[in-house]
Every structure is written in structure tokens, then in C-alpha cells.
Design a protein around this ligand. Structure first.
Ligand code: PLP
Length: 275
């Protein structure tokens, strides 16, 4: 029996006992937003930043959730559980329709759903597929509508790649479920934020941690040719931390095995992220 602990509409229960209406707009339209809040030794990492981004994502959809309820439910899932290291997935969707309709009623009761999972924050390495970014123009919203990511990432998986790196009109955007950093000419580079990129919490923590340790990060528009000339590439996300890219499928690239600057980046990141 699956023992995953969850909460739906304020009621804590096993995940398998939670029942949701098929007329939930989360189900019919992917009309909602989400967060993945990592925790280590039962302490959430960058909790306030995740709540703030959830608020921003929800308000972009004209959903105005009770954020103190969200915070206390996430904390309660972490506190009342034996899991020490893991994450809480938490989603807010617009609510239930009486009849499926693109136009939503203004008085819908949002649906709050979360569950907790064990997670081992171990070092990961990725082979990636370069993809044309087929997503919409509001990827800064952490929407539960992820069909393009699903298509691209599963295509990559069928070719032996666990992640993708996307580009739009020649510019590198991000990965399927992470942000992208690379070292080019001994400079740390990451695509600058815009509507085509999720403002990753780990991305901004990385930049802050590096700055505190005297490592500058260039946040600019970068072309695919810049990425391919990089001596090191890595991905950041709440569950991956800092994960190295060791190969880009079917592309000539310049990724090297050794880089003292990269080793320094990994060491300062681990101290800053996990402490
Ligand atoms: N970009 C995308 C598309 C993502 O889905 C994610 C995380 O799921 C990230 C970036 C990384 O964001 P964070 O560091 O907040 O986990």
C-alpha cells in the first residue's frame, strides 16, 4: 500500500484516499500552478522564496490563494512525518466547474493539494538533448500545464537522455525541469531571466552563493554556439541541486573532464545550498 502522506482541501490523508472531481479545472484544463519545496534535515530550503513564487504564479492566473494556509500545510506535512530529506509537491488549481467551460466563474473555490516524498539529494550527471523550445511565452509562470516539456523530455528519454536543453530563436532558454549554467572562457554564464525562463529558486541561490564567494555570474542572452563552446555545463533545480551535464547528444561540444573553477563552484554551492 502506498503510504504517501498528502493534503487536499485542508484534510490530511494518505494520497491514495484523496478523491478529486473530474470537473476540477486542474484535471480538465491544467488550470493551476505548483511548487516543489525541498527540505533537508526537516528544514525547508528557501521556503519563503517558494511561497513568493507560488503567489506570483497564481496571481498571473488571477488566482489569489490563502498563502498562510499553504505555508502551514507544507510545514505540517514535513513536521508530522518520518521523512527527513525530501520535498513537498504543492499545487493550487482554480477549482471545480459545474460544466466544463473555458470561461471560469469568478467565485470558484481554489483547490489546494500537496504531498510529501522522500528524496536523496545525491550528485547527478546528465546527458541532454538540444531541443527547439516549443513552449508558450509565459514560462516564467510555474504552471501545471507542462505538455511541451513532457513531449520533449520523453523524446529525449527515448534517445537515452535524462534532460533537455532548449533554445528559442537561437537563444538558450533552460532545461526541461531545471535552469542552465555553463563556463565559457572561465566566465560563469546563465541565460538572463525573461518570460521564456522559470525564475528558478536554485538558480538565484546559486548566483547569490557564488557572489558571496567572489565568483561573478554573467546573466545575458546566450546562443547555442556559446553553450557548445562551454568547458562545463550544469543544471540547477530544487531536487537536483547542481547537476553536471557530461554530454549533449549528437552535437560537437567542448565539455571537458577537469575544471578547477567548476570544482570551486560545486564546493561553494554545496556549502551554501545544504547548510
Ligand atoms: N525550469 C523549469 C522549467 C523547472 O521545471 C524547474 C523546476 O522544476 C526549474 C527551472 C528549476 O527551478 P527551482 O530551482 O526553483 O526548482
Amino acid at each position: 500500500m502506498d503510504q504517501t502522506r498528502a493534503v487536499f482541501q485542508g484534510k490530511f490523508d494518505l494520497l491514495e484516499n484523496i478523491k478529486i472531481s473530474p470537473l476540477s479545472r486542474g484535471y480538465t484544463f491544467s488550470d493551476g500552478v505548483y511548487e516543489v519545496v525541498p527540505f533537508l534535515n526537516k528544514t525547508p530550503i528557501a521556503f519563503d522564496d517558494h511561497i513568493k513564487r507560488l503567489k506570483n504564479s497564481a496571481s498571473a492566473l488571477n488566482i489569489f490563494p490563502d498563502l498562510s494556509k499553504v505555508s502551514s500545510e507544507i510545514s505540517a506535512l514535513i513536521d508530522a512525518n518520518e521523512i527527513v530529506n525530501g520535498y513537498v509537491y504543492y499545487q493550487i488549481s482554480r477549482g471545480q466547474d459545474l460544466t466544463r467551460n473555458h470561461l471560469y466563474e469568478s467565485n470558484l473555490e481554489p483547490e489546494y493539494f500537496g504531498y510529501i516524498k522522500n528524496h536523496d539529494f545525491h550528485d547527478q550527471q546528465f546527458k541532454v538533448l538540444l531541443c527547439d523550445d516549443i513552449r508558450w511565452n509565459r514560462c516564467d509562470i510555474k504552471s501545471i500545464s507542462l505538455l511541451p516539456n513532457i513531449l520533449m523530455m520523453n523524446d529525449a528519454a527515448s534517445k537515452g537522455c535524462k534532460e533537455i536543453i532548449m533554445h528559442k530563436e537561437g537563444l538558450v532558454t533552460e532545461a526541461g525541469a531545471s535552469n542552465v549554467f555553463f563556463i565559457m572562457d572561465e566566465n560563469i554564464c546563465t541565460p538572463k531571466l525573461n518570460n521564456n525562463i522559470l525564475p528558478g529558486i536554485t538558480r538565484s541561490m546559486t548566483i547569490e552563493i557564488f557572489k558571496k564567494n567572489g565568483i561573478d555570474v554573467l546573466e545575458e542572452d546566450f546562443q547555442v554556439k556559446h553553450l557548445l563552446s562551454a568547458s562545463k555545463i550544469w543544471l540547477t533545480s530544487s531536487t537536483k541541486g547542481m547537476a553536471e551535464v557530461f554530454d549533449i547528444l549528437s552535437q560537437e561540444h567542448n565539455i571537458k573532464e577537469e575544471s578547477l573553477l567548476y570544482d570551486k563552484c560545486v564546493s561553494v554551492f554545496k556549502k551554501g545550498f545544504f547548510n
